[in-house]
Design a protein. Structure first.
Length: 228
């Protein structure tokens, strides 16, 4: 585990002992960050890569989504600034997992069934069929836990979309939008509303490219829809 995650866990543990987990609030959502192991539905190989901290989004006193992030992620080159951080990730690298407590909708407004999913980095195809559908081409592609058990088991775009769309009624992969941070980073994790009708969790992943180390910061959209 990286020193950064060790310090983060120490802080959250102290907060729990001093009166409960850290609770942040923005608009109608709340963000609760506390120690918590990744779900047992994930394979042991996947769980081993995830930091033992749960980031829980709560609305109306109910969890909407729960995230576990990778404790150390490989990237192609150290990002020079937050606005370019997502360009450092390689498709389809595993960067976390998410629990959907009750049926929801994904960024395409497709049905997102209740369950546990891995999150892998995906890029919108530049084939002309998706122009104007999203502000940015970066996505978290969700794969049901039972279909994604090896960190390196998904190797390219075709395998990524096939694994994600295997059990969907539309035949389209399940996605959440990722947005680069274009202003001051501020605290992470934190709740953000970077665009109209878009609610995000701003996260920071400790990463490495060879001997170089840096944090990959981005906004993970938990509420928002692509343009029609």
């Amino acid at each position: 585990m990286s020193k950064r995650w060790f310090r983060f866990l120490c802080i959250t543990s102290c907060l729990v002992l001093l009166g409960g987990p850290r609770l942040l609030q923005a608009a109608e959502a709340q963000l609760k960050v506390e120690p918590g192991m990744a779900p047992s539905e994930l394979s042991a190989d996947i769980r081993a890569l995830l930091a033992p901290t749960v980031i829980r989004v709560i609305e109306n006193d109910k969890p909407v989504m729960e995230f576990w992030l990778r404790s150390d992620i490989p990237f192609s080159a150290a990002p020079k600034d937050p606005s370019k951080a997502l360009d450092a990730l390689k498709q389809p690298v595993l960067f976390g997992a998410v629990r959907i407590p009750s049926a929801s909708r994904d960024y395409r407004d497709d049905e997102l069934p209740e369950g546990i999913y891995t999150m892998r980095f995906g890029l919108q195809p530049s084939d002309g069929n998706h122009l104007g559908s999203s502000d940015f081409a970066y996505f978290a592609v969700l794969i049901p836990a039972q279909s994604d058990t090896k960190p390196d088991g998904v190797t390219d775009y075709k395998a990524l979309t096939k694994a994600s769309s295997k059990e969907t009624s539309t035949g389209h992969p399940l996605i959440l939008s990722l947005r680069p941070v274009t202003g001051p980073v501020g605290q992470t994790p934190s709740l953000q509303e970077p665009a109209a009708d878009h609610k995000c969790v701003r996260v920071s992943l400790p990463g490495r490219a060879g001997e170089a180390k840096a944090d990959v910061v981005f906004d993970l959209v938990f509420s928002g829809k692509a343009a029609k």
